[in-house]
Write a protein that binds this ligand. Structure first.
Ligand SMILES: Nc1ncnc2c1ncn2[C@@H]1O[C@H](COP(=O)(O)OP(=O)(O)OP(=O)(O)O)[C@@H](O)[C@H]1O
Length: 218
C-alpha cells in the first residue's frame, strides 16, 4: 500500500434516504434507506440484473435516483461544493484505461484527472504491488484481461479517497492478486476508509461489514 499506517481518514458518513430507482421502466429499488460509517464495508449482493451496478452508479453521482437522495456528510451529492465525486474512487465493470497508452501513462493521467500528481516511483510501486513489474511500459492493449484489471486496481493505491466504490473488484483476478486486493481493502478500512462493493463470491475480509441484498421478494 502507498498509504502509511498512521494516515487515517477523518470520520465521514454516507447516507441513502428513501431511494427509489427504475431502469427502462422497471422498478429496480422500491425504497432503500441506509447509513454507512467510516471503517465499514458494504457488500451489495443479489442475482444478475438485481440493480447492483445501477445502485453503485447512483452512489457515485453518475446517475440519479427516481426519488430519494444520497448524501455525503449530510450534503446531497449534487449539492456538494467540491462536486459529487471528490470524496470517492470508483472502479466500474469497465477498466476505463486508454488502450494505446502504457500502464504507467494510464496511472499518470488518471491521477492527474483526480487532482493528484504521484511520483513515478509511487506509480511503479503501485504497479509492482499489483504484480505488474516488467509490464509498466507496454501498451495496455497488450495486457491480459486480468492484468488490465490489476492496472485499474492500482489506481486505488495512488489516489487518496475515503470512499471506494468497487464493481466486481475480484473478477478476473488470480489467487495471488485476490490476496493483495484483500489486504488493500483491509488496510483502507483500518485507515477509517469506507468501501461499497459488489461481488458474487464471498470474500473473507477482516473489518466491519454489512450486506445489502437487492432483488429479494418483498
Ligand atoms: N441503460 C439501461 N437502460 C435500460 N435498462 C437498463 C440499463 N442499464 C441497466 N438496465 C437494466 O437494469 C437492470 C439492473 O442492471 P444492473 O446492471 O444494475 O444489474 P446488476 O445487479 O449489477 O447485475 P449483474 O450481477 O449481472 O452485473 C437490468 O435488468 C438491466 O437490464
Amino acid at each position: 500500500m502507498c498509504h502509511t499506517a498512521h494516515a487515517v481518514f477523518p470520520a465521514h458518513r454516507l447516507e441513502v434516504e428513501g431511494l427509489v430507482a427504475e431502469r427502462g421502466e422497471r422498478l429496480l429499488i422500491r425504497r432503500l434507506d441506509l447509513t454507512l460509517e467510516s471503517g465499514s464495508l458494504l457488500q451489495v449482493a443479489g442475482r444478475n440484473g438485481a440493480g447492483k451496478t445501477s445502485l453503485l452508479r447512483m452512489l457515485c453521482g453518475l446517475s440519479r435516483p427516481l426519488e430519494g437522495r444520497i448524501c455525503w456528510d449530510g450534503v446531497p451529492l449534487h449539492q456538494r461544493e467540491d462536486g459529487p465525486t471528490a470524496h470517492l474512487a470508483y472502479l466500474g465493470h469497465a477498466n476505463a484505461l486508454k488502450d494505446e497508452l502504457s500502464a504507467e501513462e494510464n496511472l499518470h493521467i488518471h491521477s492527474a484527472l483526480q487532482g493528484s500528481r504521484p511520483e513515478q516511483e509511487a506509480i511503479r510501486a503501485a504497479l509492482g504491488r499489483m504484480g505488474l513489474v516488467g509490464h509498466e511500459d507496454l501498451p495496455v492493449k497488450c495486457l491480459s484481461q486480468g492484468q488490465k484489471r490489476r492496472v485499474a486496481l492500482a489506481r486505488l493505491l495512488l489516489v487518496r479517497r475515503p470512499l471506494w466504490v468497487l464493481d466486481e473488484p475480484f473478477a478476473a483476478l488470480d489467487v495471488q492478486i485476490i490476496d493483495v486486493l484483500r489486504s488493500a481493502l483491509e488496510a483502507h478500512l483500518a485507515a477509517n476508509g469506507m468501501i461499497v462493493l459488489t461481488t458474487h463470491q464471498a470474500v473473507p475480509i477482516t473489518g466491519r461489514q454489512h450486506t445489502l441484498t437487492l432483488g429479494k421478494a418483498p
